[in-house]
Design a binder for this molecule. Structure first.
Ligand SMILES: *Cc1c(COP(=O)(O)O)cnc(C)c1O
Length: 457
């Protein structure tokens, strides 16, 4: 029984899949301050035009430039693994596969888009990138990508993660990036928040405001901003995960996949695996597709599909997405990468169209699943990834009850070797099950979303 399925380098997909070409229903473009769709020109101070073109593209297949493939070969194609030891432990008839994105230099799926974005910026003549980071994964991925391409990199890191994960900062600096805690005194957005709440744990929304501000205020015009998730072009770059996985499943003799699972913060690792399978579903295949989120930040399961800003200072256009409100600050759980109030518009659209069935899980079940995974498969996964594993275990046990030999695939979005603090606290019994209360949810929706334009279906 094969427990790992590889592709040769020449079998790497040569095109990305753009689901915007296939989603049913009405597209809902980003809206500017005047309530009208934003034009590519309006985004030009923030992103290079070649990426803006990708952001709005309706082409189904987009060629991956040779220069980007040359960077991706450093760790791709990534292995598809079969979790036979977890299957045995659960005594399930289900076949459990996972795509191992922990093999990249930064330890997660994020370099897939980091190297692509750095490459396009470099092509466009940009010298420096700014960004935000939650758990530190994206900041380290972008620092790594910038080091490959000779770009400067400045990272605003959410305060709570900055304090909890000092080694991520060391990784960023090793690759030549600068890393500062957000909110910071360096930007107007940061100073404003600090004056109101000096002890804030920070949030991705605040850090995005700071990074965008730092990019657009460069007087030389040589700085742009890079986002690690949410946007269409990021989802696009990540589809290499699912496209590889389909080839690998075919090699393993698997004809039909029943369930596709990924954890969802901004939606990119989930979309990367799931979108190529969603295409099959749009074309009639019977596949259950599950984005998994924390109960403390239940964007898809409890947030409305609405127009909202991507950041707290409203620097970004309004995006059609599931949202908990742009100033929502989730409980400080250890899965920092899943603490985002919004969700990728493409994932939100697919969920609103009924193509996906989101699930939310509490922190302790996820850590318990991660511990089982470590003891069976050996790998210590990121706290974000533990959400996908907990959902996989639920589905595998369901298959056992039904006596069905289901094929389940999940995305192992990253390793947890920089997140051992969380594991230590879990084992010491110090972690809790934070869950968003109805009262808090009502209040944040009232503040941020009530009265906003409503996306069409
Ligand atoms: C950033 C991150 C996530 C969440 O981001 P998505 O865009 O939703 O994928 C999940 N897992 C890991 C390991 C991450 O680094």
């Amino acid at each position: 029984m094969a427990v790992k399925i590889f592709l040769n380098e020449d079998e790497i997909p040569k095109q990305w899949y753009n689901i915007a070409a296939d989603l049913p229903g009405t597209p809902n473009p980003p809206l500017g301050p005047d309530g009208n769709p934003v034009s590519p020109e309006m985004l030009a101070p923030v992103f290079p035009m070649n990426l803006i073109e990708q952001e709005v593209s309706q082409e189904r297949w987009i060629d991956i430039p040779e220069g980007i493939l040359d960077l991706l070969y450093r760790w791709r194609p990534s292995p598809l693994r079969r979790a036979v030891y977890l299957e045995k432990y659960l005594q399930t008839p289900a076949k459990i596969f996972f795509k191992d994105e922990s093999v990249s230099p930064a330890g997660s799926h994020k370099p897939n888009t980091a190297v692509a974005q750095a490459w396009y910026n470099k092509e466009f003549g940009i010298k420096k990138l700014t960004t935000e980071t939650g758990a530190g994964q994206w900041g380290s991925a972008l620092s790594y990508a910038c080091s490959l391409l000779g770009l400067e990199c400045k990272v605003f890191m959410v305060r709570i993660s900055f304090d909890q994960k000092p080694f991520r900062k060391a990784m960023m600096e090793t690759w030549g990036g600068k890393c500062i805690a957000s909110p910071s005194p360096e930007t107007a957005a940061g100073r404003e928040i600090l004056s109101k709440s000096p002890d804030t744990p920070g949030s991705l929304g605040i850090a995005i405001s700071e990074a965008v501000e730092a990019a657009v205020t460069d007087e030389k015009g040589e700085t742009r901003y890079a986002l690690g998730s949410v946007l269409n072009h990021v989802m696009l770059h990540q589809t290499i995960i699912g496209l590889e996985a389909k080839k690998q499943l075919e090699k393993a003799g698997i004809k039909k996949v029943d369930t596709v699972i990924g954890c969802a913060g901004g939606g990119s690792n989930f979309a990367g695996l799931a979108f190529p399978f969603t295409l099959d579903k749009i074309n009639g295949a019977d596949i259950e597709i599950i984005p998994v989120e924390p109960a403390s930040c239940p964007t898809l399961t409890r947030g409305p599909y609405a127009y909202d800003h991507g950041d707290v200072a409203k620097m970004t256009p309004m995006l059609a997405m599931h949202s908990l409100g742009h100033d929502f600050i989730p409980a400080p759980i250890h899965a920092g990468g899943l603490r985002y109030h919004g969700m990728a518009p493409l994932v939100s659209h697919a969920v609103a169209q009924g193509l996906m069935a989101p699930m939310s899980l509490k922190q302790l079940e996820c850590y318990e699943a991660a511990m089982i995974f470590a003891k069976t498969e050996g790998m210590i996964v990121a706290p974000e990834t533990s959400h996908a594993i907990a959902a996989t275990i639920r589905k595998a046990l369901e298959a056992k009850e039904e006596g069905k030999e289901k094929v389940i695939i999940f995305n192992l979005s990253g390793h947890g070797l920089m997140d051992l603090n969380g594991y230590t606290k879990y084992m010491a019994g110090e972690l809790t099950n934070a869950e968003l209360s109805q009262q808090e949810l009502d209040a944040t929706l009232e503040r941020s979303i009530k009265g906003n334009p409503v996306p069409k279906l």
